[in-house]
Ligand binder design. Structure first.
Ligand SMILES: [Zn+2]
Length: 151
């Protein structure tokens, strides 16, 4: 896993056993934005400070997508015979909603308000054969089961 390369720099902490999304908090109005960008989306201020988000969130809304996700998820994610992918808005810490791939779920598993946890997943393989990693959220119950199995 340590050799995986993040799909974009400054998106999540990596390599990291407990990866976190990298957001920014505005020094002027305290708005939190993800991903971290130089300007505040709320007030236009430029005093954005790096702030890591909690790994746990809840599902706010979701959709299944039969088309190629937008950046930063562009890539060869949807190969031939691709399974359906789910994209959700995940509310983290009651302060921000992050658009994310959902993993380890089927349509019948998805429930608004369900607890989710951040996970870094292999996303695609680039020309040099390196694994490119992206972030996703999986059901928190699945995360706990995985951790118990690895303990
Ligand atoms: Zn601001």
């Amino acid at each position: 896993m340590e050799s995986w390369k993040p799909v974009a720099e400054e998106l999540f902490t990596w390599p990291d056993d407990n990866p976190s999304l990298i957001a920014g908090r505005c020094g002027d109005c305290a708005a939190v934005a993800f991903p971290l960008r130089p300007g505040c989306p709320r007030c236009g201020g430029t005093a954005m400070r790096r702030e890591l988000l909690e790994r746990d969130g809840v599902l706010w809304s979701w959709t299944s997508q039969g088309f190629r996700p937008k950046a930063p998820f562009s890539g060869s994610l949807l190969g031939a015979g691709a399974e359906p992918w789910y994209v959700g808005l995940v509310e983290i810490g009651g302060k921000i909603r992050v658009e994310s791939l959902l993993t380890g779920v089927g349509e019948n598993d998805l429930e608004i308000g369900m607890p989710l946890r951040l996970k870094v997943i292999p996303f695609h393989t680039d020309e040099s054969g390196d694994t490119i990693a992206a972030f996703a959220f999986e059901p928190a119950t699945a995360a706990q089961t995985t951790e118990a199995a690895n303990a």
